[in-house]
Design a protein around this ligand. Structure first.
Ligand code: GLY
Length: 393
């Protein structure tokens, strides 16, 4: 990875207009988009491009992942989804790196009568909201995806829910930031520096201190744990573990699947994401047990068992990787976007299951706020002060 834009050592007291703490894809997108507006931007992370994206399937699924009562999140997700093709093209043109963005669509299927009833309710909800989704019989679903189990009862075809390769996207965002003048410090942020009543910068594990007019906290499930952060400024961002598998589709089996396939199996979300390069990602568990990222036999077993129920032929494929990561879940599972109660501190965190999907829109909305001081209307339902307001008497 190029280090051309790394700041030389010994720059204690360096000042920027914007300092981003956290170089996951959210922090990277915010830094890049903000630098594009002409602001002097620094980003701090020991391993930029790491974090949850390294374990994500990369489904861009605002419609198939829709939950009741989450309409504002749907609007944000749809806005991001609409930007994705252009966002990916701009990144690739700038960096020469592919992002693996693929407009495949998604097929959500039902394996039994209960799943079918649930999927049918989701279809009704889609129709009520004017979202594009079509009901298929089991036979129609299997005609589209012949590897589906014969018992599949029906499905929903959502032609606008696509995919991107999170690892490639992260690499492209790191490079775009470098090319765009973001000064990257590959070090740990060990303390938020607060002067008077204002966030002023950060102290790094190297001992350096960096100062900025505005500090963006984009440290995923570690955001609220940054030493120096005054109590009550951010709610706890809980780590929600996801285990995921990567298999390979030998060319003799291609096309094994032509689009993302998902189902609810035993109450858990199962999805299979086939990439253009022959990788097949199978995810994911949802486990709330702190900051543990151990891959367990039980997690792998459950994913393979459920995937086999959906696509029996999966057991023929080589299994090439198992991994686990942490989704950053806010108290209401929606992101925190915009200024916090601490002047000078801006949040871009808590994206939970939607980090990859929400990356383009988060980059745009935060860059606009950082450049103009105005939080765009699309972001206001996600203002961090919704938690502060709830704790008022
Ligand atoms: N968005 C998929 C997941 O979090 O598992």
């Amino acid at each position: 990875m190029s280090r051309v834009n790394d700041v030389p050592r010994g720059t204690d007291g360096t000042s920027f207009e914007v300092l981003v703490i956290g170089g996951g894809i959210i922090g990277l997108a915010v830094a890049w988009r903000t630098a594009q507006r002409g602001l002097r931007v620094a980003l701090v992370d020991p391993v930029p491009g790491g974090g949850a994206v390294q374990v994500a399937a990369g489904m861009l699924a605002p419609v198939t992942e829709l939950q009741y009562g989450e309409e504002p999140l749907l609007r944000l997700g749809m806005a991001s989804n609409e930007r994705y093709a252009a966002f990916a093209a701009e990144l690739s043109e700038l960096t020469g790196l592919a992002t693996g963005y693929r407009a495949t669509g998604t097929l959500a299927v039902a394996l039994d009568a209960d799943d079918k009833a649930e999927l049918s309710e989701l279809h009704t909800f889609h129709q009520r909201l004017g979202l594009e989704s079509s009901w298929l019989t089991g036979r129609e679903a299997r005609r589209l995806e012949p590897m589906l189990a014969p018992g599949v009862r029906g499905g929903l075809l959502v032609s606008g829910d696509h995919q991107v390769d999170g690892r490639r996207l992260a690499a492209a965002l790191v490079r775009a930031g470098e090319l765009g003048g973001v000064l990257t410090h590959r070090a740990e942020a060990v303390e938020l520096l607060v002067e008077g009543d204002r966030a002023r910068g950060v102290r790094l594990s190297t001992g350096e201190r960096l100062f900025a007019d505005q500090v963006v906290l984009a440290a995923g499930p570690h955001s609220h744990r940054l030493p120096g952060l005054p109590p009550g400024v951010l709610p706890a961002i809980r780590p929600v573990k996801g285990q995921i598998l990567r298999l390979r589709i030998p060319s003799a089996y291609a096309p094994f699947l032509s689009r993302n396939v998902r189902a609810v199996v035993r109450g858990g979300h199962l999805y299979l994401v086939p990439r253009a390069d022959g990788e097949l990602v199978v995810g994911a568990t949802t486990e709330e047990q702190g900051y543990d990222t151990t891959v367990t036999a039980g997690g792998v077993y459950e994913l393979l068992r459920d995937a086999h129920e959906l696509i029996p032929g999966i057991t023929e494929l080589p299994l090439v990787e198992t991994s686990a990561g942490l989704r950053p879940g806010s108290p209401d599972n929606a992101p925190l976007l915009g200024p916090t109660a601490l002047p000078g501190l801006v949040a871009a965190t808590g994206h939970y299951r939607n980090g990859v999907l929400l990356t383009p829109v988060t980059g745009d909305l935060l860059a606009e706020y950082l450049g103009t001081g105005e939080l765009p209307a699309l972001a206001t339902p996600f203002s961090p002060d919704r938690f502060a307001a709830r704790s008022q008497p």
